[in-house]
Design a protein around this ligand. Sequence first.
Ligand SMILES: *Cc1c(COP(=O)(O)O)cnc(C)c1O
Length: 391
Amino acid sequence: MITAVMPTYGRWDVAVERGEGCYLYATDGRKFLDFTSGIAVTSLGHCHPHLIEAVTAQAQKLWHVSNLFQIPGQQKLAERLTANSFADTVFFNNSGAEAVELSIKVARKYQSETGHPERYRVIGCHGSFHGRSFATLAAAGAEGYLKGFGPVMDGFDHVAFNNLNEMRAAVTDQTAAILVEPVQGEGGVRAPSADYLKGLRAICDEYGLLLVYDEVQCGMGRTGKLFAHQWAGVPPDVMAVAKALGNGFPIGACLATEKAAIGMVPGTHGSTFGGNPMAVACGNAVLDVMLDPAFFERVQRTSRLLWGKLEALVGAYPKLFSELRGSGLLLGIRCHVTAGDFVAKLRAEGLLCLTAGDNVLRILPPLIVGEREIDEGLGILHKVAKEWPAS
Ligand SMILES: *Cc1c(COP(=O)(O)O)cnc(C)c1O
C-alpha cells in the first residue's frame, strides 16, 4: 500500500523533533551534529534567536496579502539585495526551481524585446541541478531525473562544465543565454577553474547572450561571500537564489540587471505567495545577520580551518578518499568507497552529512559552525574512517 506521504524520497530513519544551532534532536532522544543544514538552507543554524524574534513579530502583525498591495518588507529586502549585488531589480518566489525558471523566462523575454525572438535556447552544463520543474529539469538535462517525464521541454543544450571551448562552440544564432552554477552542488561539489566565469562573461558579451547564474545552493553566504561569483568578480545579468535566503522559510528570488529585465513589465510574471510578509521578514532577518561585516570574515576563517582538517583526513585515508573539493562551507570529499554507505555510518555515529553526484560525501555545516563543532565532526569522520574495513 502506498504511504500517505507520496514515496518519492529515500528517507533516513530519523524523525526530527527540534533543532538548536548546529544540532538536531530526534523524537527517540538521539542527538545529531547537523552538517547538512537542510541542504544549504539553515545557514544560520536551527532556531536562530534573531530569526525567531523577527518571524514571531511578523506573525502577530500580518501573514499574507497579495502582490496587488505594496509590501514594505519586500521592498526593503529587494533594496538590500540590489545594494549588495550586481542586480537592479528582484522578483520574489517560493523556491529554487521557480527562481531558476523565472531566470530563464527573463532571458527569453530580453531577447524577444531586443529584436531577437529567434534566440530562445539556453546552454547549460552537465552535472548541473536546477530544480524539478519541467523547464529546470530540461535545463540540467540529467537523464535520471527526466526519465518517464517526457517529452523533454525544448530549448536547452548541454556542454561539459568548466570547458570554455565547448561552451563557445555550442553557441548558435538561436542561443539566448548561458546558465551555470558558479559552484556545482548536487552534481558533485565542483568549483570551476578561476577564469571560467570570466570566460563565460566574454562569450556572452561577444554574442549578445545573457549570463545567468544559479546560486540557489552556492549563494547566500555558503562560500564565504554573500554570492559565490563575487570571488571571481564576474557579475551575471540574471541570478537565481533561494535555499539559505529564508533560513528555512520558503523563499526564492530572481535578481536581474535593469537591462536584462527590460521585458518584465506588469502582467508578465506573478506568484500568489512569492515575497509575502512572512517570507520577506525571514529574508530580512537573515540579511541582518549576514550583512554584519564581521560575519563573512568569521565564515572565511572557519572555512579555512575546516578545509585544512578535511585535507588531513583525506590524506590520512587514501584508500577511502581521493579528493577534497568545493568552496567555503560547500565541501565535498570524493570517495573510493560508496559515499552513501559512509554517510549512513556517520549518521549512526551522530554526524549528519550528505552525498552528491560523482560519489561525493557532501559537507554543509551551518555558517555559524564553531571550532568545537568542527572538531566534534572531524572526530566522528576519523573514527568511521579508521574503523572502515580495509582503510
Ligand atoms: C536546490 C537547488 C535548486 C532547486 O531548489 P528547490 O527549492 O528545491 O526548487 C536549484 N538549483 C540549485 C543549484 C539547487 O541546489
